[in-house]
Design a protein. Structure first.
Length: 424
């Protein structure tokens, strides 16, 4: 046996990893609150499910420092583990909070029987002139005026709810339909104007929201019922919004599972901007400022190059060559590696000794040069006292990214699992 836990043998690990290599139907990846809200590039629940069972015990605490839509936290609760999540993206944090919410019938009754009927009764009184539509940049391109006014009306009514759980569920239900009722092209993950139908004449905010609320309540109720049947009293929480400074004590968590952004990440701030501007009420200025802090962002200044530090010594030759080809890409990679080095250091700090840390990552192609994110994370982890126990690749079966890619962009071919143990 290669791991301390008596129930876990090498054969079980190998068997589990082989099981991940098989094609997994979409119906098995969107149960309970998985898939509660559109979120691109999330990893399948089978990933954390396997590692939670292999490398932790019931009632222990699992951390995902870049939790995204909350996949790891959901699986942790379903497996009777406590869970902690961190994410800089405000919509991701809301998804995680709602996806791990346990509700009773009183919440459903408050929303369905009292609150929603009151909203629908007043919908005809809504007038665009009563709302500041200009707070959404280029609002007339993205929405019909009556649709945007309806969105703001629902958002204001959400604030009237008493229960924080009800508010979260209603916000997610509203955010889920923003793109649907906008003029954005439904074929693209990134918001792009639909030039085939520049005005979404079929959009109906109240019809869409009614269906979305029913869907959201159904998923959260399904998760809650499952948790009740398991008789689990474990909890999930989001502790702060920056994995570079995790608000946890040293040696506090029992297992870490996370899927960090790639070296040149998708622009989540831009991808979710319509929801962030409307359902969450965050201004364009605030979003621009926040997006510069995302790990893997291309929003970097070519006039301010970061310093080379010993932690990323192994990548300096690659960074310098990349900067010669494309300065912005080179600086972006430089900043990414500095950020991931700090995140790795923080993760190792909060992880207990002799416990496990799993990175799930794909490689990147930057200015036609392939960069191995897995190799970089492996070296960072070893620098912080981790030992690589196993590395495994799982090929992608579907490569539907849902957004336009440059001709020179390479499509990531596999997920790489780095299974590491804290030995210092």
């Amino acid at each position: 046996k290669i791991f301390e836990f008596g129930f876990t043998a090498k054969e079980q690990l190998e068997g589990g990893l082989k099981s991940l290599n098989r094609l997994i139907p979409a119906s098995q990846t969107s149960v309970y609150t998985h898939g509660l809200h559109p979120y691109i590039a999330k990893f399948m629940p089978q990933y954390p499910n396997l590692f939670i069972k292999l490398f932790s015990k019931e009632k222990e605490t699992v951390l995902d420092p870049m939790c995204g839509s909350g996949t790891t936290l959901i699986e942790s609760l379903l497996n009777n583990r406590n869970a902690v999540g961190v994410d800089i993206d405000p919509l991701a944090r809301l998804m995680t909070q709602v996806s791990t919410t346990k509700i009773t019938n009183s919440i459903t009754q408050e929303l369905n029987e009292k609150w929603l009927p009151k909203i629908l009764k007043r919908k005809k009184s809504i007038k665009p002139k009563d709302y500041e539509l200009d707070i959404v940049p280029n609002h007339s391109l993205w929405f019909r005026d009556d649709i945007l006014a309806g969105i703001f009306f629902v958002k204001d009514e959400i604030e009237s709810l008493d229960s924080p759980k009800s508010k979260g569920i209603a916000r997610i239900a509203l955010s889920r339909i923003i793109k649907e009722v906008s003029n954005a092209d439904p074929r693209d993950a990134m918001p792009e104007i639909n030039h085939d139908e520049p005005v979404n004449t079929s959009a109906d905010i109240f019809n869409s929201f009614t269906k979305s609320l029913a869907f959201t309540l159904g998923r959260v109720s399904s998760f809650s019922d499952r948790m009740k049947s398991l008789n689990n009293d474990v909890k999930a929480k989001v502790v702060n919004n920056d994995a570079r400074n995790i608000k946890l004590s040293n040696n506090e968590v029992d297992l870490i599972i996370t899927s960090p952004p790639y070296a040149y990440a998708m622009d989540y701030a831009r991808m979710h901007k319509l929801s962030i501007f409307t359902a969450l009420g965050i201004s364009n200025e605030s979003l621009r400022e926040l997006s510069r802090e995302y790990v893997g962002t291309d929003r970097v200044s070519v006039k301010e190059e970061p310093e080379y530090t010993p932690e990323i010594k192994f990548a300096i030759p690659f960074i310098k060559k990349l900067k010669e080809k494309n300065l912005r890409r080179g600086i972006s990679l430089h900043k990414y590696l500095l950020d991931m080095s700090q995140i790795t250091k923080e993760c190792v700090r909060v992880l207990k000794k002799n416990h496990y840390f799993i990175y799930v990552i794909g490689d990147s192609t930057l200015a036609k040069s392939e960069f191995s994110s897995a190799t970089a994370l492996k070296k960072m982890s070893e620098n912080e006292g981790m030992k690589l126990m196993k590395i495994h690749e799982r090929p992608y079966y579907v490569r539907k990214m849902g957004y336009k890619r440059a001709e020179h962009s390479a499509i990531t071919k596999s997920d790489v699992f780095l299974i590491m143990k804290k030995i210092k």
